[in-house]
Write a protein that binds this ligand. Structure first.
Ligand SMILES: NC(=O)C1=CN([C@@H]2O[C@H](COP(=O)(O)OP(=O)(O)OC[C@H]3O[C@@H](n4cnc5c(N)ncnc54)[C@H](OP(=O)(O)O)[C@@H]3O)[C@@H](O)[C@H]2O)C=CC1
Ligand SMILES: O=C(O)[C@@H]1CCC=N1
Length: 268
């Protein structure tokens, strides 16, 4: 099986590195293509995969093709791909919003898996949701799942609505966590802590809370109760967030991403 990844950016490179570390593919069975000459030069020196600056040499021989460019790049990309593809090939899109029908129609192919990954894939802690067009076989789907799982874990969803929804939760989600971290870092700095101490306080607080959550069956709400004493400091902080409707605002933000994913799918 030969895999080609198109787009050597955050996601394309992350997946390439995940697949390269796994025993699933040898170096020459994993190819990456990008249009940026600088990236090609750097990757050719370092990478554990074959790097290409033209589609002619890599696309025709690929069995599975990962699409990892920005949604606004597909028009040019798809035009340049059409003469090198065939109907046996399976396309795995990591792109937000772009629908299976758009990919099928614009490329004139039938087998598409649409996936929504997230950035912690870089450290093997990603979560990817995926769904497929009706022409993808069970065996092909298992192969794709194995490839996706080289960067963490994955969930299968039945419809593309859940791909757009997971974009609002897990795809964009790391940015919400970083937003919260940044806010706490800025509060710590304002309180007079050094950069170093602020970082230690904040990163260990996040890491510790996640570990507690992962090692238990208790909901985040129940953990909040365990941190809070009646009339104490945590209660003051949570009351402040509730008074300011923070929970609703976070949910609104997740829906904004979800809706934007749907909108991206409607833009041609
Ligand atoms: N970043 C994230 O956390 C997530 C991203 N995604 C999705 O992944 C996709 C890629 O995002 P991301 O990796 O962040 O984007 P990047 O911009 O980091 O990577 C895209 C890469 O594709 C290259 N490229 C552009 N046009 C072409 C082309 N015609 N042929 C080959 N390569 C091309 C770009 O080159 P150049 O820089 O020169 O334009 C760049 O190297 C997006 O569709 C996004 O929706 C999904 C979930 C999470
Ligand atoms: O911001 C974006 O559009 C992409 C999709 C999910 C994360 N990054």
């Amino acid at each position: 099986m030969r895999v080609l990844v198109i787009g050597a950016g955050n996601m394309g490179l992350t997946y390439s590195e995940g697949m390269a570390k796994s025993p699933l593919l040898g170096k020459h069975n994993l190819n990456i293509y990008d249009t940026d000459p600088k990236k090609i030069t750097t990757l050719s020196k370092e990478a554990h995969f074959d790097v290409y600056d033209n589609l002619e040499d890599c696309l025709p021989k690929a069995d599975i093709v990962f699409l990892a460019v920005k949604p606004y790049h597909i028009e040019d990309l798809f035009k340049s791909m059409t003469k090198y593809i065939n109907k046996q090939q399976l396309f795995v899109s990591l792109m937000a919003g772009v629908t299976i029908d758009t990919i099928k129609e614009q490329l004139g192919i039938k087998k598409v898996v649409r996936a929504m990954p997230n950035l912690p894939a870089k450290v093997g802690k990603g979560v990817t949701s995926y769904t497929e067009s009706s022409d993808v076989s069970k065996v092909e789907l298992i192969m794709v799942r194995n490839l996706l799982d080289t960067t963490g874990t994955s969930i299968h969803v039945d419809t593309e609505k859940f791909i757009d929804a997971s974009t609002g939760i897990s795809g964009s989600g790391p940015a919400y966590v970083f937003y919260f971290m940044q806010s706490m870092l800025e509060a710590a700095l304002k309180m007079g802590f050094s950069d170093y101490d602020s970082k230690i306080l904040v990163s260990n607080t996040f890491e510790g809370a996640i570990e507690l959550f992962n090692q238990s069956d208790i909901s985040p709400e129940a953990w909040i109760d365990r941190v809070s004493s009646k009339g104490g400091t945590t209660q003051a902080a949570i009351d402040s967030m509730e008074d300011n409707n923070v929970k609703q605002l976070i949910q609104d933000a997740a829906y904004a991403a979800f809706n934007r994913a749907i909108e991206l799918g409607q833009e041609k």
